[in-house]
Design a protein around this ligand. Structure first.
Ligand code: ABN
Length: 180
């Protein structure tokens, strides 16, 4: 009986050892090689795959703004507007929100109306005397020149000549047709 169990345990030991060696020698190495090969192949092939490299443009197209949408900075009459839209602050294009007053001086831009194809003079007066409004801010610069060209720069607080100089928002008042 004792010899039977000794023989049984010896065979079990031998079998377990053989199995362990097989796993360690074959499966472990192959598995490592398989994974290493996949990683190497992946890093070699990835750079030459035909990536879609136009995501920025696609985004721009998806979010293309409408020149006829008065809540878009691409709205045609905002072509040279540097400020917050008064029509999103309780006012309109031409009238200041309650509690603010129109600036005495302004920046005048020339914008093309896509509907009739004509250039219009647009006066960008600021509304003054209230804290800055949180409406959409447009930083458009059609025909603007750098700040050192005095009088050709629109990044100015046009409330400077008013008694209340606090900037609230900016109007976009049509003054007339530019080439009339
Ligand atoms: N015209 C809008 C504005 C106000 C304050 C400072 C810069 C621009």
């Amino acid at each position: 009986m004792k010899r039977f169990f000794e023989s049984l345990f010896a065979r079990l030991d031998s079998h377990t050892e053989t199995m362990t060696r097989n796993v360690a020698q074959n499966h472990g190495r192959r598995s490592f090689l398989t994974h290493a090969g996949a990683v190497l192949l992946g890093t070699a092939v990835l750079p030459i795959l035909p990536f879609y490299r136009n995501s920025g443009m696609a985004h721009a197209e998806e979010t293309a703004e409408d020149p006829n949408d008065p809540h878009s900075c691409e709205y045609w009459r905002y072509c040279a507007m540097d400020g917050n839209m008064c029509n999103e602050c309780g006012g309109t294009f031409t009238s200041c929100p309650a509690g603010s007053e129109t600036s005495a001086v302004s920046w005048v831009g020339t914008c093309l109306n896509p509907v009739d194809g004509k250039d219009y003079l647009v006066s960008y007066n600021d509304c003054c005397g209230r804290a800055m409004c949180n409406g959409t801010t447009c930083l458009n610069s059609h025909k603007e020149r750098p700040g050192y060209r005095m009088g050709l720069h629109n990044d100015i607080n046009w409330c400077m000549a008013n008694t209340s100089k606090g900037y609230h928002c900016t109007l976009a008042i049509l003054v007339g047709i530019a080439d009339a």
